[in-house]
Design a protein around this ligand. Sequence first.
Ligand code: ZN
Length: 225
Amino acid sequence: MASANEQSVEQTTGVFTESFTESTIARIVGIGCEFHRRGWALGTSGNFSAVIARNPLRLAITSSGLDKGALAPEQILTVDEQGAVIDGQGRPSDETKLHLAVVRRRDAGAVLHTHSVWSTILSEMHAERGGFEIAGYEMLKGLSGVRTHRHRERLPVLANSQDMTALAAEVETTLDAYPEAHGFLLAGHGLYTWGRDLDEARRHVEILEFLLEVVGRTTAGVRKS
Ligand SMILES: [Zn+2]
């Protein structure tokens, strides 16, 4: 696996090597196993992607219907900017359009989507208001660019849909409306977050899932047994 330094050099220059693609795919597989173990992507839920080339855009993404606890490198597909498969066997996730929308709007290097218990509960609770704020927690400082616990993180909530073309358009509108947001929720469904690379996106999942659990346990009237 390339070091973080090697990866950032490749990303800065736009030259993506085969070793970068291989290490990216290995990292996606590792993230799938970890997120499954931590209860954030149980069964076939969730999907994970990373940019492996910018021009033209190429995205490595988990293929559809796979157990995220048992991913293998050959189950990671390469898709183009339209979501068409250009390398690998299998069907890309239905949510590939949402990943591409985030990459376009945030210039993200990686997009991670989880289906945790707390994101499911809180997204339902706050769906009608279109979102909610998380503020006052030290863990907010784990989000890129956040320097103080006084930060107010607005998490937009979008209505869930199986029409991915319409939902992708709504994701783009929402990301434009909330340029500071580090993630968004789909109601009754789960969390999307991203980063400049997989390490940052993974950290954002860990931070946001922690914060969602804190907010959930303190506002949803649920206590750990
Ligand atoms: Zn999903």
